[in-house]
Design a binder for this molecule. Structure first.
Ligand code: MRU
Length: 345
C-alpha cells in the first residue's frame, strides 16, 4: 500500500487524515488556506516536513483567487504567511516553507498577480520535491552509523507520513535495514497522540522491518537490558547550538542514553535548523488540549476535571546529542561550528 501524506491534484490539496490511521483511510480535501490551517492545527497532517509542504500549498490556495494589484497581492501574501504560521508553533519547517513562497513573490515584485500565483505554485512543488531528495540523503548518511545486528530505538513518527517520502529518522532505519538486513527497531508508542503505536508501527510493518513496540515508560528498562544499539529521533526545530526540539519524550531518551552510554542521534533536513536562534530556550513549545491526556483514543481515562500538562515537545540540550544527521552530512560537536559549516556548501 502506498502511503502518501499529501498530494496536490492541480486544484485540491489532498491530506491523508492521520488521526484515524491505521484503522481508517480518510481523504481531507483542502480547497482554501483555512482548510490547510485547520488540517495542520488539528493534526490531520503532522510531522515537521509534511506540515511545511502543506503550508506551502496553503499559500497558493490562499492566493489563487486573488484579484487586484501586485501591491495588494504582496500584502495578502504577507498576511497569509502569518496566518498559516500560527497553525502550530514549534516545527520551524512551517514558517520556513511559507517564507520561501513569500520570498519568491517578493523577489518577483515587478510581475502581475497572475504570474505571481504561478510562481507560488511552482515553489510549493519545488519544496515538495526537494523533501524527497533531502530525506533520501539523510538515510544514506545515517545508515553509515549502524551495522548488521543493530537495534535502533525511535520515538514518534518520522516516516513517509511525516514527510513526502522516505522520512527522516525513519529513512535512516529503512536504509540501514536495506543495507545490512539484520536490523531491528524498538518504537515507543508516544503518548498522548500515539504516533509510534499507530503510525510508526504501521509503516515499519508495511516496510517489513522487524520491530517491537513498547510503552514510553519501558525505555529505561530496555536500555538497561542492553537491547538498544543506538537511538535516532526526528526534530521539529534545531537551534544553532544544536539544542533540539522534538516530540515530548525525546529529552527523556537522550538522558537515558547518556546514562547507558548509547549513541543518541537526531535526523533532520537543513530546513529544520533555525539559525535565527542561539539556543533551545528560544524555541516556542506547543501546549495542546488537555483532552489528549485525559482521554485515549476517544475514551476518558482520568477523572472529570483533572488539570494536566500537555507539552507537545521538549528540548534536548546539545550536550546529550552524539550527532545530527542532515541531508548535507552529519554534524558532530561542537555543533555551533559544525552546523554553520553545513550551510556553507
Ligand atoms: O506532533 P507531531 O506528530 O507533528 O510531532 C512530530 C515529531 O515530533 C517528529 O519527530 C518531527 O516532526 C520530525 S518528523 C520527520
Amino acid at each position: 500500500m502506498e502511503i502518501r501524506s499529501l498530494y496536490f491534484d492541480g486544484s485540491i490539496l489532498h491530506i491523508l487524515d492521520q488521526r484515524y490511521l491505521p484503522f481508517e483511510v480518510i481523504d481531507v480535501q483542502c480547497k482554501t488556506e483555512c482548510d490547510v490551517w485547520e488540517a495542520i492545527n488539528k493534526m490531520k497532517i503532522r510531522g515537521a516536513p509534511a506540515i511545511g509542504v502543506a503550508a506551502a500549498y496553503g499559500m497558493y490556495l490562499g492566493l489563487r483567487n486573488f484579484e487586484g494589484s501586485t501591491e495588494t497581492f504582496i500584502q495578502k501574501a504577507k498576511e497569509l504567511k502569518d496566518y498559516l504560521d500560527s497553525a502550530r508553533p514549534t516545527a520551524v519547517n512551517l514558517a520556513w516553507a511559507t517564507k520561501r513562497i513569500l520570498d519568491k513573490i517578493l523577489s518577483n515584485g515587478e510581475k502581475s498577480p497572475e504570474e505571481l500565483k504561478q510562481i507560488a505554485l511552482i515553489e510549493a512543488k519545488n519544496i515538495e520535491n526537494e523533501d524527497i531528495e533531502r530525506n533520501f540523503k539523510i538515510g544514506e548518511f545515517g545508515s553509515e552509523l549502524f551495522t548488521d545486528g543493530d537495534t535502533i530505538m525511535t520515538i514518534c513518527n518520522t516516516g513517509e507520513l511525516a514527510t513526502i517520502k522516505h522520512g527522516t529518522a525513519f529513512s535512516v532505519i529503512k536504509r540501514s535495514f536495506e543495507k545490512y538486513k539484520n536490523i531491528s527497531v524498538i518504537a515507543l508508542e508516544t503518548r498522548p497522540y500515539l504516533q509510534g503505536a499507530r503510525l510508526t508501527a504501521f509503516e515499519l510493518k508495511e516496510a517489513g522491518i522487524p520491530f517491537r513496540l513498547i510503552t514510553d515508560n519501558m525505555a529505561a528498562f530496555v536500555m538497561q537490558k542492553g537491547l538498544v544499539s543506538g537511538i535516532v529521533t526526528g526534530a521539529d526545530r534545531i537551534a544553532s547550538n544544536g539544542d533540539t526540539a522534538n516530540k515530548v519524550g525525546t529529552y527523556m531518551l537522550a538522558v537515558l542514553a547518556h546514562y547507558h552510554k548509547i549513541p543518541f542521534y537526531v535526523a533532520a533536513p537543513l530546513s529544520t535548523i533555525d539559525l535565527n536562534i542561539e539556543s533551545g530556550k528560544e524555541i516556542p513549545i506547543e501546549e495542546r488540549n488537555s483532552d489528549e491526556v485525559t482521554h485515549c483514543m476517544g475514551q476518558r481515562i482520568a477523572p472529570n476535571g483533572v488539570e494536566v500538562y500537555n507539552f507537545s515537545f521538549d528540548v534536548t540540550p546539545h550536550e546529550l546529542i552524539t550527532g545530527i544527521i542532515t541531508d548535507k552530512g552529519i554534524a558532530y560537536p561542537p555543533f555551533k561550528k559544525s552546523i554553520k559549516k553545513l550551510f556553507e556548501f
